[in-house]
Design a binder for this molecule. Structure first.
Ligand code: GAR
Length: 208
């Protein structure tokens, strides 16, 4: 059994990729206990409701300070006792106390080949805009464990995607999702569920 809490901020296509694989019985023993958004009205919440998954929203503006917001978020996560937190398009920098409590039990999908085009300020479409501005010919996606830094945790899976002539950031974003993200994120969940992801000196080894 692997119980997930999926944290989202937007459309939730990566969440959908996990839901689809669970429904197609490709992720045996994996359940999504809750989807939590830090953005009101995120479409990802609709996706959760359509599949009878509890959907919650925790908004920073509803709390007098950041500490109380972080406490509330941690409280909602803990309520579901997840084995793994999956950041699926979650654009919140996860509070340190959550990273500490769920040490090596949080994964994130990032839309570039880390360590390129990652870190503070690189999220969503901005990543693809930066890729096009730099003129790199290959980009991709990365699933990694979350540590106290931004996009600095151990890398679990990566997949390269070609940049094509005439790409806009939107076209490239879609290709990276279709060719890499929607495959990598459920695959990382499967490997973790099968206990095949091992950390040695902060480097991930995938066991056969
Ligand atoms: C995805 O491309 C994901 O990789 C990116 O946001 C998008 C969310 O799409 N995440 C980041 O940039 C994190 N730094 P989705 O809501 O349709 O899954």
């Amino acid at each position: 059994m692997l119980k997930l809490a999926v944290l989202v901020s937007g459309g939730g296509s990566n969440l959908q990729a996990i839901i689809d694989q669970i429904e197609q019985k490709k992720l045996p023993g994996v359940t999504i206990e809750v989807v939590i958004s830090n953005v009101a009205g995120a479409y990802a919440l609709e996706r959760a409701k359509q599949h009878n998954i509890p959907a919650e929203t925790v908004l920073k503006k509803d709390y007098v300070n950041r500490e109380l917001f972080e406490e509330a978020l941690l409280d909602r996560i803990n309520h579901y006792q997840p084995d793994l937190i999956v950041l699926a398009g979650c654009l919140l920098i996860l509070p340190e106390r959550i990273v500490k409590q769920y040490h090596n039990r949080i994964i994130n999908i990032h839309p570039s080949l880390i360590p390129a085009f990652c870190g503070s300020g690189y999220y969503g479409l901005k990543v693809h805009e930066a890729v096009l501005a730099r003129g790199v010919k290959v980009t991709g996606a990365t699933v990694h464990f979350v540590d106290e830094g931004t996009d600095t945790g151990p890398i679990i899976l990566q997949k390269a995607v070609k940049v094509e002539d005439g790409d806009t950031a939107e076209i490239l974003q879609r290709r990276v999702m279709e060719q890499a993200e929607w495959e990598l994120l459920p695959e990382a969940v499967r490997l973790i569920a099968e206990k095949r992801v091992v950390l040695e000196n902060n480097i991930v080894r995938i066991m056969n």
